[in-house]
Design a protein around this ligand. Structure first.
Ligand code: ZN
Ligand code: ZN
Length: 150
């Protein structure tokens, strides 16, 4: 079972309808559209899935760190494995997107997708993916952040 995004160790299957993070009964706020976390239900700063500055920082660190390290690793792999390079690049992007989203605390918002795309782009440059791979990785990262299933 997934754990509550606000209370580590508390298992729950309910997600906030706005930011998609897992919430336990303590965090649930019933709204017309379903259960929301307290952050999303709060009228002040009620922008759906509002990301805190600290979460942006964590997302950037996760995305860039994983991007560069992963990009270098995938670049090495592609030196050896000569088939389907686009698949490696796309999967790389998706992995960076997931790492970035987790770093942010689980936000599925365009801003975090942009952060993920930057991390994946940096990794693609580090790994020498070329322009095509760069676009693939960035798109894969953004897609992975915004979609539930890649
Ligand atoms: Zn929420
Ligand atoms: Zn909770």
């Amino acid at each position: 079972m997934p754990q509550c995004a606000f209370h580590p160790g508390v298992e729950t299957n309910v997600r906030c309808v706005s930011c998609d993070r897992h919430i336990c009964p303590k965090d649930m706020v019933a709204t017309a559209v379903g259960y929301k976390c307290r952050e999303c239900a709060a009228p002040a700063g009620g922008r759906p899935g509002g990301v805190k500055p600290r979460q942006y920082a964590l997302a950037a660190v996760s995305g860039l760190g994983a991007g560069v390290v992963g990009g270098l690793a995938v670049g090495q792999v592609m030196q050896v494995v000569r088939f389907f390079p686009w698949l490696f690049m796309l999967l790389f992007g998706a992995a960076i997107g997931e790492a970035t989203r987790r770093g942010s605390g689980g936000h599925r918002v365009p801003a975090i997708a942009a952060v993920a795309a930057v991390g994946a782009t940096a990794g693609a440059v580090a790994g020498g993916f070329g322009l095509f791979g760069l676009v693939l990785a960035a798109a894969g990262a953004a897609f992975a952040v915004l979609q539930n299933r890649f």
